[in-house]
Design a protein around this ligand. Structure first.
Ligand code: NIG
Length: 396
């Protein structure tokens, strides 16, 4: 058993506390990793001897980002659609069909290669745990191979056959496929089911039907809701006890109350909101009401072509009224809650004795620099399950 000491930590954010309001910061700290797990955390001056040692030179250490909303299984890009949007055109769900056509034409190797490229990009920015979805295949064979590809690349996989009804298909026929043979085919490869509950995609009744079918197949539930308008998705997600409802841009007071009184996490996607020019979700009001929130990148070719969790965190602080500590909590432990990985032996998003050693080192003395120095690549190194990524910068 090899013990690895990481010392010289100016500020260690553990996220060991149950909420972002609690103090979970240790100054002048060290930690020890053994067998992919944290075996000791404490003051640097009291650190035990270890087989190897890394001095990070007065830098901040925190859990690796937990990115719980991405759509990495796709081919092509939609830069032209983005430019039209920036010129004034509103985002609509119909653009998904463009990516569907490109995805169906790609080989499985291309899809996996592209997703791996994006995962590497995310890892270089501190992400150590990642969810991804199907949803650009939209026929049985293409959704199945998307689910298989996703399972090769991501830690958690979500089935999003209910992304849009493919052009030319009858809605009822497509829903029967999504909730029947397609669901049966993908189920062995996925953890969650999702639906895009929005104008131009699926209404509340249709989304309800999709989620119930997924639950009957043993899958966890998530939902895209209230992104482009008051879709009713948030209320449905709370009613069904979804693990997460994602986007949440347009919320009435009753939606906030419903979320606050529930275990459903509101997953907010600030990079997407900038790209679609939707109003930001009322993050401050959600937190103040007592709702649980997470932050994710929503990396996809249509509405948010970025893998950057630091960008999402900085935007949440600078534009959405969160404190740095709240935003970091939402991108680590809050996100872990939304995929059922907050507690237990496989917990992610926190650094605790016996827990997974998934962490990142910032080229900065504190996490405040994530928002104080927006747009600057601060991640120097990551460890995932105790293994240091080979690609990170030298220097310590
Ligand atoms: O989360 N909202 C639905 N799905 C994606 C958009 C997908 C696309 O337009 O390609 C999202 O923003």
């Amino acid at each position: 058993m090899t013990a690895q000491l990481i010392t010289g930590i100016s500020e260690l954010t553990t996220q060991a506390a149950e909420t972002s309001h609690d103090d979970d910061r240790l100054l002048d700290a060290a930690l020890v990793i053994e067998n992919g797990r944290i075996s000791w955390i404490g003051p640097a001056a009291e650190a035990p001897a270890a087989d190897t040692s890394v001095d990070v030179g007065g830098r901040a250490v925190l859990p690796g980002w937990v990115d719980t909303h991405t759509h990495l299984i796709f081919a092509g890009d939609r830069a032209a659609e983005f430019e039209a949007r920036i010129a004034g055109q509103r985002y609509a769900a119909g653009g998904i069909a463009t990516t569907m056509a490109a995805t169906r034409s790609a080989t499985s190797a291309d899809l996996i290669g592209n997703a791996r490229r994006l995962r590497r990009e995310a890892e270089a920015q501190g992400t150590t745990f990642l969810e991804t979805k199907t949803g650009y295949g939209l026929d049985l064979a293409s959704e199945l191979r998307s689910a298989q590809a996703a399972a090769e690349v991501a830690d958690v996989v979500t089935y999003l056959g209910a992304h849009v009804v493919p052009p030319g298909l009858d809605r009822r026929d497509y829903l029967d496929l999504v909730t029947g043979p397609m669901l049966a085919a993908v189920s062995p490869h996925v953890d969650f089911i999702d639906a895009f509950c929005e104008t131009g995609a699926f209404d509340v009744e249709e989304s309800h039907e999709v989620l119930l079918a997924g639950r009957a197949a043993g899958l966890g539930l998530r939902l895209h809701g209230n992104q482009l308008g008051f879709s009713g998705g948030v209320r449905l997600a709370v009613e069904l006890g979804c693990a997460s409802v994602d986007h949440c841009n347009h919320l009435e007071e009753a939606d906030i109350d419903a979320l606050a009184g529930s275990g459903t996490v509101a997953t907010l996607l600030p990079a997407c909101d900038l790209s679609t020019r939707e109003p930001f979700p009322p993050a401050r009001r959600l937190l103040d009401a007592g709702a649980h929130i997470a932050l994710a990148s929503n990396c996809n070719p249509g509405t948010s072509y970025t893998t950057s969790m630091p960008f999402s965190v900085a935007t949440a602080v600078l534009q959405m009224g969160l404190t740095v500590r709240e935003a970091v909590w939402a991108a680590t432990r809050g996100a872990a809650r939304s995929v059922g990985r907050e507690h237990g032996p496989d917990a992610v998003g926190s650094l605790t004795i016996g827990g997974r050693a998934d962490l990142q080192v910032l080229d900065a003395p504190s996490v405040a620099h994530l928002a104080y120095r927006p747009g600057v690549s601060l991640c120097l190194a990551t460890w995932t399950e105790g293994v240091r990524a080979a690609r990170t910068q030298p220097g310590f």
